[in-house]
Every structure is written in C-alpha cells, then in structure tokens.
Design a protein around this ligand. Sequence first.
Ligand code: FE2
Length: 267
Amino acid sequence: MKERIYRVRAGIPHTIALLSDLHGKDGKEILKILTRCRPSLIAVSGDLFLDHAQEGDSLIDLQPKVVPLLRGCAELAPTYISLGNHEWLASPADILALQSTGAVLLDNEWVRDEGTGLLIGGLTSAMVMDFRRFRKKHTPEHPYPKAKRHVDGLVLHPSVKWLRTFEEQDGYKVLLCHHPEYWCLQTPMLRDHPIDLVLSGHAHGGQIRLFGHGLYSPGQGFLPRYTGGVYTGPQGRLIVSRGLVNTAPRPIPRLFNPREVVIIDLH
Ligand SMILES: [Fe+2]
C-alpha cells in the first residue's frame, strides 16, 4: 500500500484523500496513511463492500471492518461516501450503519462541506439504481437476475436529474462517482459537465499493469482507458484510484499495480 499524490490547480488550498474499492477488507493501514497525510477531506468513491452475499444478509455484519475504517476517517476529517456497484445489496439497516459512523453518505445528492467550502456530490452506481427499480416492481420472491449482477456496461444508467442543481452552484465542485466509464464512455458523459473534479475507482488499476497501462477493467473490458491517474477534459478533471485491495480470484494476480491511497493536493 502506498500513497500516490497528484497536484491539481484549483485556486483553493485543500487536500482530498480518495479511497476506493475497500471491498470489506481491513482499513488499519489506510488509517495510518491518512493520519500521516492529514487531508482536509476524505472522499470514499464506492465499493466499500464485496457483494458476495444474498439479499437480506447484513453486509455490515458480514464485513465488519468497514465501519471501523469509516469511523476512523470521520474522526480525522469530514468524510463523504458514494455508492458503487457492490453496494447494490446494502439494506436500509446497512445504510443507517454507514451513516452512524459520522461519514456523510451522498446517494444521488450533494452538500457544501462547511470546513473547505467545497461542493461535494455523490453519484450512485447504475447497478444500485437498477436493483432498486427491480425491487419496486417485483416482490422479494423474485430474485434479482444473476445475469444482471455483472452487467455494469452500457446497459444500465445512473440517475442524473439531481446533477443539474449541483452543477448550477457557485464554487469548486467535486463529484464522487465510482465508475470512471461515466466520464466519457457511457452516459452521463461527465467530461462534458461543468464539474471541476470527478473522483472514481472501480477499475482496480486494470489488475495487471504493463508499460503504464492496465489490462482489464469491469465496464471497460480489455485494455481499458481509465484505470488510474489524472485525465483532463474541457471542463474539469477525472482522477481514478487504482483501489485499496486486491479482489481478483486466484489464479489472477495483481501485478505491477500497488494498492493505493490517493492524495489530491489542490493548489
Ligand atoms: Fe466497482
């Protein structure tokens, strides 16, 4: 695990720590890095959990290391969370438990952070929204189709109506958005929106990195474009974390692709 530092010209002096893809693993090493780096704000851009569970299971009970990490984060700095695809099974009780840590869950909503003045939005994964829509239409006797669980490509769409009000606000806008493919491969094509900084994860650095490029990412396929680093668009930037843990099943290795806490130095 290492910290990777990016400097971004923003006209305001703040430090944002970006955490993504914890997938239920231990967060002690992460808290040590955060304590040393002392960010002014912590952004958790989804996939706190791993979705290897059944509907009705308590993700919080099955993956008890998530809450201590969030509590530790919230003690260090204002902490904001958006929901990734692996959160599709998070029950109302799981959501309450996340909120009780002191971190602020942004589920297709935005707030102005009082300490920094930054506007922070959280765009919920289309996978979560698809499950919610399915559950509204079908009673629990109808399980969510397994085939849909890993279709996070072009088929599903996030809810974006709320983005307009967020984008109309005055101030530096930071959007937590788990999926980097929403930048310019899939609607809402955030690259064309007036958002200063989009913070993503999901790609796990492409799992195996060769010559600076990732090999594979969910939602982008082989030789993906957005796996880690800073990408500049006409209106703002996308920063993609390579993730906090390795989740690929054996025998797939994570190669030349260290796990990371991203530190964004706005200056
Ligand atoms: Fe993900």
